[in-house]
Design a protein around this ligand. Structure first.
Ligand code: FE2
Ligand code: FE2
Length: 196
C-alpha cells in the first residue's frame, strides 16, 4: 500500500508528508491521457438528436483536422473540443478549455473556448438566437482561425459515411501532449519531482 501523509489538518503538514503527496501526484498526472480517453468514451452512444454520436463527432472533427495537415496540438484540441458535453450542458467549451489550458498555445485555447459561439453561426437562428453572435470578436486575432475550425472540421463532422479514425489513433498524440504542461503554477515543482 502507498504511504500516506499524516496530517488531518493541512496546517500540520510536514516536508515528509508533501514528499509523499508530490511523488503520488507525478504518477497520477502521468495517467491524465488515460483518464481523458476514458472520459471521451462517455460520449459514445449519445446522439443528442445528431446524425452521429458525440464520440464519432469528436473523432471526426479530429480526423478531418489531421487529414488537413494540422499539427498534433491542434488535432488534440479538435478531439477534445466537446469533451465537456457530459458535465457542461450550458458551457461545454469551458470544460475542454480548462483541461487543455496548461498544454496548448493561447491561440488554440481561445479557439476551443470560443468554438461554441462560432459554431452557433450554423444553428443559433433556428433557436431564436442571433447567428452572428461571433461578430463581437471580429477584431480578435483568432477570429479567422476559429471560423475556419468550425467550417472545416467541427461543423463538417456529422457525416456517418465519413471514414473516421478510431480513438486509438489519437492516443499517442494525447500521451505526448499531456506529458508535461507548458504553463501551470506547478511547473517548477513538477520539474523538480519529474521521474528520471
Ligand atoms: Fe461544441
Ligand atoms: Fe463539435
Amino acid at each position: 500500500m502507498n504511504a500516506h501523509a499524516r496530517f488531518t489538518h493541512m496546517q500540520d503538514g510536514t516536508q515528509e508528508d508533501w514528499a509523499i503527496i508530490a511523488a503520488d501526484f507525478s504518477a497520477y498526472a502521468r495517467q491524465l491521457p488515460k483518464r481523458i480517453v476514458a472520459h471521451l468514451k462517455l460520449l459514445e452512444g449519445d446522439f443528442g438528436g445528431f446524425p452521429v454520436d458525440r464520440l464519432t463527432h469528436s473523432l471526426q472533427t479530429a480526423t478531418r483536422a489531421w487529414r488537413d495537415g494540422r499539427d498534433e496540438e491542434y488535432v488534440v484540441c479538435a478531439l477534445l473540443h466537446d469533451i465537456g458535453d457530459t458535465l457542461g450542458s450550458y458551457n461545454h467549451p469551458d470544460i475542454a478549455a480548462a483541461i487543455l489550458k496548461p498544454f496548448v498555445s493561447a491561440e488554440n485555447l481561445w479557439m476551443v473556448e470560443k468554438h461554441g459561439i462560432f459554431q452557433g453561426y450554423y444553428f443559433f437562428h433556428y433557436l431564436g438566437m442571433d447567428r452572428h453572435l461571433r461578430e463581437q470578436f471580429s477584431e480578435h486575432p483568432q477570429y479567422r482561425q476559429t471560423i475556419e475550425f468550425c467550417a472545416r472540421y467541427d461543423a463538417a463532422a456529422f457525416d456517418p459515411a465519413y471514414e473516421t479514425l478510431p480513438l486509438s489513433f489519437f492516443e499517442p498524440m494525447m500521451e505526448r501532449l499531456f506529458a508535461r504542461p507548458k504553463s501551470s503554477i506547478y511547473t517548477a515543482a513538477l520539474e523538480e519531482h519529474a521521474p528520471a
